[in-house]
Design a protein around this ligand. Structure first.
Ligand SMILES: [Zn+2]
Length: 311
């Protein structure tokens, strides 16, 4: 959903029999690049080349048992994609297709290829076997060697426009719970066009926790610190940190955009600093052994003081 143009380019190339052997789908995390790769693979492996979802080829794909499709992604608890995974991928591509005339590999998390693996893949890209297609998915192009990028057909995946985002979220958040409408609005606000960013809201506990959080900190200068502290203690390990901060800073960014006179310059600057400290809290946690709860509360208290100073 939302990537119709890429899908169209792909099917045209297929119809006109000028399919490039390596496509690179890139863009932000959470916009559906991997699902798009699955969809494109279905056009190749579908018996009628329409990704019909009904035929034997499509059904085997969905069940994960299509002999002409190989998926590679980052293994759990591993930091990178290693050379062994790339060797398997290349040997798969060098076999001739058993079900259809083509073989497809979906390589997810391509930005995590380590140096050795990237070099091995490069060789494969230089000498593609006929009838093979490599679909690479990448959410950080900076980390992918330019030599690999330059051998691929690049396709930029953009965040979804509001209408498509809304439709995807309707499907994604279809679980019935008492706060479904409020959750949808919250998801629309937090997603920034990337439905994957708010997939955690399918969990009703996380949705309810975030809605409570939104109310608690909507007017931080008047918020009950005891309640904020309790919320943090209860939920800081359940709710994704980036979403906690995103909700926290939304009203602050509005405040920062207000025009102000010379006298309030220092208070605005204090607010800026406090907001920055909150914004980098999730990344700081990843780099250190700080405890999330106390550090978040401390940053919020600084922010609260700074907001009052701007009052
Ligand atoms: Zn089909």
């Amino acid at each position: 959903m939302g990537h119709d143009q890429i899908e169209q380019r792909f099917t045209e190339a297929l119809e006109q029999n000028r399919m490039h052997h390596a496509w690179l789908l890139f863009g932000m995390k959470g916009i559906g690049k991997r699902l798009l790769a699955e969809r494109l693979a279905a056009y190749i492996l579908c018996q009628t080349h329409t990704a019909c979802g009904e035929c034997h080829g499509c059904k085997m794909m969905v069940m994960g048992s299509h002999p002409d499709l190989f998926r590679v992604s980052l293994l759990e608890s591993k930091r990178d994609l290693n050379i062994e995974q790339v060797r398997q991928l290349l040997s798969f591509l060098s076999l001739s297709g058993s079900e259809s005339a083509r073989r497809v590999v979906i390589l997810d998390d391509a930005e995590r290829l380590n140096n050795q693996a990237a070099n091995a893949l490069l060789k494969g890209l230089e000498e593609p076997s006929p009838g093979t297609l490599l679909l690479m998915v990448c959410s950080d192009m900076e980390r992918l060697p330019a030599t690999i990028r330059s051998r691929c057909m690049l396709q930029s995946c953009l965040p979804l426009p509001e209408k498509e985002l809304s439709a995807v979220l309707d499907g994604m958040l279809s679980v019935e719970h008492s706060v479904a409408d409020a959750t949808k609005s919250l998801a629309m606000a937090l997603a920034d066009g990337c439905p994957g960013r708010v997939s955690c809201l399918q969990d009703a506990n996380i949705a309810k926790a975030l809605l409570t959080w939104q109310n608690l900190i909507a007017q931080l200068e008047r918020a009950d610190v005891g309640q904020v502290d309790n919320w943090i203690k209860q939920y800081v390990n359940l709710v994704p940190h980036t979403l906690i901060v995103q909700l926290l800073l939304e009203p602050v960014y509005k405040l920062l955009q207000k025009p102000r006179d010379q006298n309030s310059f220092s208070s605005a600057s204090a607010l800026h600093q406090a907001a920055h400290q909150c914004a980098r809290w999730p990344a700081d946690l990843l780099r250190s052994t700080l405890r999330p709860g106390p550090t978040l509360l401390a940053s919020i208290l600084t922010l609260r003081t700074a907001i009052k100073g701007c009052g």
